[in-house]
Ligand binder design. Sequence first.
Ligand SMILES: Cc1cc2nc3c(=O)[nH]c(=O)nc-3n(C[C@H](O)[C@H](O)[C@H](O)COP(=O)(O)OP(=O)(O)OC[C@H]3O[C@@H](n4cnc5c(N)ncnc54)[C@H](O)[C@@H]3O)c2cc1C
Length: 549
Amino acid sequence: MIVTSDELTDEMAADVAVCIVGGGAAGITLACELDECGHKVLLLEAGSLKPSAETQDYYNGIAHAPHPAANEFRRVALGGTTSIWGGRCVPFDPIDFEPRDYVSNSGWPISYEEIARYYPRALEYCDAGKFDFTAAGSISGGGPTIAGLEPNDVIERDLIERYSLPTDFGRRYGGILRMSRNVITVLRARCIGLEKAVGEDRIEAVKIAAASGRSRVIRSAFVVLAMGGIECARLLMASDPRGVGYGNRTDRLGRFYASHLETSFGRLVPHGAKVAFDFEKTDDGVYCRRKFQFLPSAQRRHRLLNTAFRLHFPEYSDASHGSSVMSAIYLAKSFLIPEYQNILQQDPAHATSSPAPAHWRNVMSGLPNLARFGFDWVFKRHLATRKLPYTLVPNADGSYPLEFNCEQTPLESSRITLADDLDAHGMRRVRIDWRRSDSDLLAAQRAFLLLRETLGQSGACRLEFDDGVLVERLSRSAPVGGHHIGTTRMAFSSSGGVVDTNCAIFDFPNVCIASSSVFPTGSHANPTLTIVAVALRLASHLRTRLSSE
Ligand SMILES: Cc1cc2nc3c(=O)[nH]c(=O)nc-3n(C[C@H](O)[C@H](O)[C@H](O)COP(=O)(O)OP(=O)(O)OC[C@H]3O[C@@H](n4cnc5c(N)ncnc54)[C@H](O)[C@@H]3O)c2cc1C
């Protein structure tokens, strides 16, 4: 059943076994998994069915460039940020879970297999097909990414990334939540505090601000925080009347905040060889794209962070690409949401912004192409259930800009804290102090040099870039918006993090966290598939705990 906070009766709010706070990808997955578990589950969502300016204001806070504004790249509504996500689904790799002596604070307290066994089902939730990320296993007759690039001991060549519909979890699973007999989804129920049982290491209730502005307290045996990588830490900090932060006995809460570093630099020039650049469809009907990665052995040998490279498209803003489609998208960018305007802008410090007439000339001289694109866009994007993820226009000169994406070394000093300002419910707003390590720049530099050397030796293609500006360009890599990692990291003991291997807070075993905030390291992979896998694993753990209590 789905109700609003003002419709929630005392009877509905009584005898709650699990209270899930946050109805995004993680919270909804968990709620669906606990459907028909025989216990009452409350899913509390701060927003309504759609985002509004009033609820979006909860996310305002302090952040400094290049980090996006605090209320950007996340959404307050049922389905959370999946209402605007791009849908790229990529699993983490075994090496992400290993302690690596060249990456400080690396290593998960659980193995890759512990998460990987949930990937097949996580892919089902994300509508992204089977758990196979190789071109050979996924695309019959797909061919290599770059013809003639032979196997070597540095690069994994023929890997793919799968794309979700993109699935808006609120819309996709709203029906299950509406029909559920034991899960009650409560909209406009923003959790503004956790209440600790006197003299016990237990959270006994959550305090919510209802749509009417009235606050009320809901008691629950278990609480799961699933509010995204920033809000989980914020709520724990804001709930503690001592000002220390719940779960913060060892000062780990809010720290190790990481995203992914991303930039576009250099160009790959094929030596006449065929290149798989565009979206392809897997045999199970899912859009996918190719990527390059370094083999784990090469990562260890060269002390690299886990990094992915993709063939990219030219800058939209630079009309010398000569594409009517890209110029039309560029001219229409003010109609896009701010997040996608940012993505289109690429590296603002280095983008060549041509004046509007140059873009109009491209548009006028390429009208037939534009008409074809418009037709495709309507049918493949707007009317299709499985949408073409985005537009890929190759460079007119046959070269491909390179998109670089890598994990960050987790840093204690990169952190979320509370600002002094209060929001409409009297909660302190968030302050985001994102940092990255200088050693990450050096690792990124090594990655570019190694890729250039390896591709050059292959004879199939070459990678060109200006060594003189490489580090400066890498230093401008922006944190990818919407990837919020590490603020309540998982560890063996409270000295290393906030939650244990079952995602339960060390200090409060009846409170668990389902979010990318528990990831000790972030891989190069986008986080959502792994967030869903973590939520599935937690659901299984909670079912066991519920049946034994
Ligand atoms: C433009 C864009 C593109 C993206 N593309 C990709 C991609 O291609 N691949 C990928 O893997 N990821 C992508 N992401 C990231 C992806 O959207 C997030 O990883 C994912 O949505 C996180 O899921 P979540 O459930 O942890 O958090 P969210 O989806 O943010 O959900 C959190 C929920 O908690 C609710 N909430 C917050 N505070 C409270 C409170 N106090 N009380 C009650 N409820 C609360 C919110 O309203 C929200 O519904 C993208 C993000 C953006 C913005």
